[in-house]
Design a protein around this ligand. Structure first.
Ligand code: ATP
Ligand code: LTN
Length: 326
């Protein structure tokens, strides 16, 4: 079985972008791959987090993974900071990564602009920690959105560099592009990715948003003045709404366009609200149930950390030997 590694930062409330773009596509992988799905809390502290909120979000992300159908019996679900080898390998790989490489990372350029004058070093070395996550598990495939491809390229470069300097140590990971996986755009600025850290609350829908909020945000979403439900780049708002709808229903674009011939944007929005509610409400209920059962969640993340540690310890030991540590 090939190994898959992926993760989401508990840096806020997960959005339907995380759901349709990441979690839902992971569901198709379980059973066919040896999957490690991590809650990357060490990555989340590259921007300031409030301790109480972070603690809540970490457990909520775990509950969401399980509520969405990721089976802890079939996959390895764990919290990054529970396996210390991630931080350890990250330090080591920092010594094999160049300032120039990290300075070219688009995400660093964007995020560092947002944090003002004092840029945490962690924001700069973020991709090295991500490389460590991936390389510690002899990962074959990494399912990530297009925004993360540059980081994955860097992980491959670091691994190849280390292998060439010493001898083959790391498996070289490949990106895994999930077919039909959707990129969900901001509801307020549909040429921008929907993101949980957007300052405009109306730009995203949280997995845990309640009924009225979902309805309000969809009805308020930005469209255009053409008045025709058509899937094209000139109507990025409508294109995005259709994308969200077909991510839920599996219907084809043509079929949606045909059904809405002669109808207005209000009709499309109303149907989308209904579809979103029927998808999200049952998940929300399960998330609440899991969050009430802290003992169960604790068992899942402890078991996850134990088996993740077994694999990653061996890779780290090999690395240390090659470097010359005693
Ligand atoms: P942040 O806003 O905190 O940077 P984010 O919302 O962009 O975070 P991440 O935690 O960085 O989310 O991403 C987790 C996963 O979800 C990644 O695989 C990413 O590609 C995917 N993802 C995030 N937003 C979207 C989106 N709008 N459409 C599709 N996939 C997405
Ligand atoms: N950087 C990723 C989250 C992430 C990740 C990983 C994804 C951290 N480590 C390892 C895949 C594999 C993000 O922001 N989406």
């Amino acid at each position: 079985m090939k190994t898959i590694f992926s993760g989401i930062q508990p840096s806020g409330d997960l959005t339907i972008g995380n759901y349709f773009g990441a979690i839902k596509s992971w569901l198709k992988l379980q059973g066919e791959y040896n999957c490690f799905f991590c809650i990357v809390d060490l990555h989340a502290i590259t921007v300031r987090q409030e301790p109480k909120k972070l603690r809540e979000k970490i457990l909520e992300v775990l509950a969401i993974y399980i509520a969405c159908g990721i089976d802890p019996e079939k996959n390895n679900l764990f919290i990054q900071s529970h396996v210390p080898f991630h931080s350890e390998l990250s330090w080591i790989l920092n010594c094999y990564t160049y300032m120039g490489e990290l300075s070219r990372m688009t995400q660093y350029k964007e995020k560092s602009l947002k944090v003002g004058e004092s840029i945490p070093v962690g924001l700069f070395t973020y991709p090295v920690l991500m490389a460590s996550d991936i390389l510690l598990y002899n990962t074959d495939l990494v399912p990530v959105g297009s925004d993360q491809k540059q980081h994955l390229e860097l992980a491959r470069d670091i691994a190849e560099r280390f292998n060439t300097l010493y001898s083959p140590t790391f498996k070289i990971p490949e990106p895994y592009i999930v077919e039909n996986s959707s990129r969900i755009m901001s509801l307020q600025n549909p040429v921008k990715k929907m993101s949980k850290s957007d300052e405009n609350e109306n730009s995203y829908i949280k997995i845990m948003d309640d009924e009225n909020v979902i309805k309000r945000k969809i009805l308020k979403s930005v469209t255009d003045s053409k008045g025709v439900v058509s899937y094209n780049d000139d109507q990025s708002g409508i294109k995005n709404l259709i994308n969200i709808l077909i991510s839920i229903t599996g219907e084809s674009v043509e079929s949606v366009e045909n059904r809405f011939l002669g109808k207005g944007y209000g009709d499309l929005k109303n149907e989308l609200v209904e579809a979103l509610l029927s998808e999200l409400i049952p998940i929300q209920q399960k998330v609440r149930d899991f969050l009430k059962n802290k003992d169960y969640l604790e068992k899942v993340y402890k078991d996850g950390a134990n088996s993740a540690s077994e694999v990653s310890y061996k890779v780290l030991r090999k690395v240390k030997k090659k470097i010359g540590f005693i």
